[in-house]
Design a protein around this ligand. Structure first.
Ligand code: HPA
Length: 248
C-alpha cells in the first residue's frame, strides 16, 4: 500500500477526520522522534501522522529532534510528506484563517542540527536547496485546493525563527524587508533534512495571527484568541493534503 506522511503542527488533527488505528515507535540512530507514528487508512492509502511537537509532552520548536523525525519518516518510504505549520502573517492582507503553500524559506534559526553529514566521509556532499519544497507536491496541493474550492495562497517566503518566543515588532519589520511573508519556527531544519533524505516534501501553512506589529496586532499577541481560526484552517489543510494524495 502506498504511504503518505503528514507532519502535524501545533494544532492537533481531530480523530473525527483521521481515525488512527495503530501507533508505532520508530527508533533512529539520531534518537527518538517526537512521538510514536500514528497510522490510518484512507481509501487504498496508508496515511501516517507524526505529531511534530509530541503527543504527550509538547516539545517547543527549538527542542524538537528534527533529525530523528525525518530519519524515521524516510524509513517509511512515503510517496509524499506534507508538513502542516501555524504561522504569523507578515502581509496585512493575509488575514488569520488564510492558508498558504509556501515556495521559499529563509532560515534564521541557530544551534539546531541541520544535517546528517557527520564529517566522517571522504567527500562533502552539498545538496541543492534552490527550491526548498518539492514543486511537484506543491502543484498537487494547489490543484487539490482548487478542486475543493478552498482558497489558498500560492507561494511566499516562510521565515523560520528560533522561538519559542514570538518576535518584536522591529524584528517583523526586518523580516518583511528581507522579503518574508510568513513567520514560524519549525520548517527548518525539517525541510533541508527532508532534502538530504530525498523526501518529496512540501508544506501547508495556516496563518493563525498577524505577526507582531502588523495591522491591528500592534499590542500583545495571544495565541488563544486565534484557536478557532487555526482549528478551522488546519481541518481545511488536512482535506487538501488527503485530496492531493489521491493524485499519486
Ligand atoms: N511568529 C512566529 N511563529 C508563529 C507565529 C508568529 O507570529 N504565529 C504562529 N507561529
Amino acid at each position: 500500500m502506498e504511504r503518505f506522511v503528514i507532519i502535524e503542527g501545533s494544532v492537533k488533527l481531530s480523530q473525527e477526520e483521521l481515525k488512527i488505528t495503530r501507533t508505532q515507535a520508530i527508533p533512529t540512530p539520531w534518537g527518538e522522534p517526537s512521538a510514536p507514528f500514528e497510522f490510518t487508512e484512507v481509501e487504498d492509502k496508508e496515511i501516517i501522522v507524526l505529531p511534530r511537537h509530541g503527543r504527550v509532552c509538547r516539545k517547543p520548536p527549538h527542542l524538537i529532534n528534527y533529525r530523528a523525525n525525518m530519519w524515521a519518516i524516510a524509513q517509511l518510504a512515503p510517496k509524499a510528506v506534507v508538513a502542516l505549520c501555524s504561522v504569523g502573517g507578515i502581509v496585512e492582507e493575509d488575514k488569520p484563517g488564510s492558508i498558504a503553500v509556501p515556495d521559499q524559506i529563509i532560515d534564521y534559526t541557530w544551534g539546531r542540527e541541520t544535517s546528517y553529514n557527520k564529517g566522517d566521509s571522504e567527500t562533502i556532499t552539498f545538496i541543492d536547496f534552490t527550491e526548498p519544497f518539492s514543486e511537484q507536491l506543491r502543484e498537487k496541493l494547489l490543484d487539490a485546493a482548487d478542486d475543493l474550492l478552498i482558497p489558498v495562497i500560492d507561494g511566499g517566503t516562510y521565515a523560520v525563527r528560533q522561538g519559542p518566543r514570538l518576535e518584536t515588532a522591529a524584528e517583523i519589520k526586518k523580516l518583511a524587508q528581507d522579503g518574508a511573508h510568513y513567520v514560524g519556527m519549525t520548517l527548518m531544519p525539517e525541510a533541508c533534512l527532508a532534502r538530504e533524505l530525498g523526501l518529496n516534501y512540501a508544506a501547508i501553512c495556516q496563518i493563525v495571527n498577524l505577526a507582531a506589529g502588523i495591522g491591528l496586532s500592534s499590542s500583545k499577541i495571544d495565541m488563544k484568541d486565534f484557536s478557532d481560526v487555526s482549528d478551522e484552517a488546519t481541518k481545511k489543510s488536512l482535506k487538501i493534503a488527503l485530496k492531493a494524495f489521491e493524485s499519486f
